[in-house]
Design a protein around this ligand. Structure first.
Ligand SMILES: [Zn+2]
Length: 434
């Protein structure tokens, strides 16, 4: 992929809070009413694993996991940032809220990484309010650089799962990224202005989608980083490849049907924009062929553009498995290894093929607080974790990549031609409210 992302969620010292949950005295029957015969898992559906606590009730009562039309969200900029960028953020975020639902407690912040402390005061003040990492003694610009991350989080009232529990997502971006996107860190990369702006839209869609994913995990937390060592199942435990894969699959699907509502893009040639979108969607929609090639051949690999890439590492024989369920890759997200190059792409399409895009992007999140990630997958696909991986690996080996056209994919695999807004009704998600 041309564009890379960073998801580094704040790692918190486990602080003992939540370690005392009495899992066994919970009555699963009280939550099992929703597993009816319509689920493909029937009659052997998974049991709920959620343990409701005061924090759950508080989050539900304030509507933390509910799509709202006017949510409490923050967009904060250093004082030197031109109004153009402030307006641009507002427009994009409002449009994201329209599609995916407005989820509260999202904080988007842009600071000038080279600026004097004074111009970054609004960001510093917000971080202190949130009791973000390092808030105790205030911040300097240098400290902002060190703690900046997207997506990260803050729990201003502490980590105890009590009735005061408050959860925020934070995305801190450097001004140079806002202005130049991925060219900010790569002098050899010289994108056109429209490409930079589309990349910012893409980045905002991606990070906000992570906030939406987190909102539905409620106080359980989305991934391994929120799982206490003594009770890993307290977390929803969504695998990193699903978290990233789901966010990425929605990027250009959303941009394709929404960019014309972003008026700052009007000044560009619409054909250029459409070509960029088509290129990206074609990349996703050749992912069956591409993935088969990557795991069946040792390279050099032929890209969908026709380019022969002899720099890609040999991923022949690679398999997806439970070792990829636990967390981000050992050597870091975005690293040059097969897990990074393959895991966040084809498996999400396979999951859509086994169910639907609405299930992958909406219904699984709606149920993973209650059942955990793999419980939700089993509910909607009938496959447990082991079976999912087994079927995925078998499917990727049952067709010879040289026997199919680049655009061939099993039913439901590709990004639908329909717009994401009509295909998936995010506003009517059956959020947990028991
Ligand atoms: Zn991400």
């Amino acid at each position: 992929m041309k564009f890379r992302y960073l998801l580094s969620i704040l790692l918190i010292s486990a602080c003992g809070g939540g370690g005392s949950s009495g899992v066994m005295d919970y009555d699963p029957a009280s939550l099992s009413t929703s597993t009816n015969t319509n689920f493909p898992c029937f009659p052997n559906c998974p049991l709920p694993t959620a343990v409701q606590n005061d924090a759950t009730i508080k989050l539900i009562n304030e509507g933390f996991n509910q799509p709202k039309s006017n949510p409490d969200q923050w967009a904060i900029f250093s004082t030197d940032i031109e109004q153009y960028y402030v307006n641009r953020e507002d427009l994009i975020q409002n449009l994201l809220n329209t599609t995916f639902g407005g989820y509260m407690n999202y904080n988007y912040m842009v600071f000038n990484e080279d600026g004097p402390d004074e111009i970054n005061t609004p960001i510093m003040n917000r971080l202190i309010e949130l009791k973000y990492n390092g808030w105790e003694n205030g911040y300097s610009t240098e400290e902002l650089r060190n703690v900046s991350s997207c997506l990260a989080g803050a729990n201003p009232n502490g980590w105890e799962k009590d009735s005061e529990y408050e959860q925020h997502s934070t995305c801190m971006v450097w001004k140079s990224f806002l202005l130049y996107s991925h060219a900010a860190n790569n002098p050899n990369y010289m994108p056109e202005d429209y490409e930079i702006e589309i990349q910012i839209v893409q980045h905002m869609q991606h990070e906000y989608f992570h906030h939406y994913q987190r909102a539905h995990a409620l106080d359980r937390g989305l991934d391994y980083q929120t799982a206490p060592a003594d009770d890993p199942n307290q977390s929803v435990n969504a695998p990193w490849w699903w978290i990233e894969g789901a966010a990425m699959s929605a990027e250009f699907w959303w941009i394709r049907s929404n960019w014309q509502n972003l008026n700052f893009l009007n000044k560009y040639n619409s054909q250029d924009i459409n070509e960029l979108i088509t290129y990206q969607i074609n990349g996703r929609n050749s992912s069956f062929w591409w993935f088969l090639q990557r795991i069946q051949s040792s390279g050099p690999y032929r890209e969908h553009s026709g380019h022969i890439n002899d720099e890609l590492i040999d991923c022949s024989g690679w398999q997806l498995g439970p070792e990829h369920s636990d967390g981000y890759p050992e050597y870091g997200h975005n690293n040059n290894d097969c897990e990074n190059q393959l895991a966040p792409f084809a498996p999400i399409h396979f999951m859509a093929h086994k169910s639907s895009w609405q299930i992958v992007l909406r219904d699984i999140p709606s149920k993973y607080y209650e059942y955990g990630f793999w419980g939700a997958v089993e509910l909607y696909t009938g496959l447990n974790e082991e079976e999912f991986y087994l079927q995925f690996n078998e499917t990727m080996r049952s067709t010879n990549w040289e026997d199919i056209s680049m655009t061939y994919a099993p039913d439901g695999w590709n990004i639908p031609n329909e717009s994401i807004d009509t295909h998936i009704d995010f506003y009517n998600i059956e959020y947990f409210n028991n």
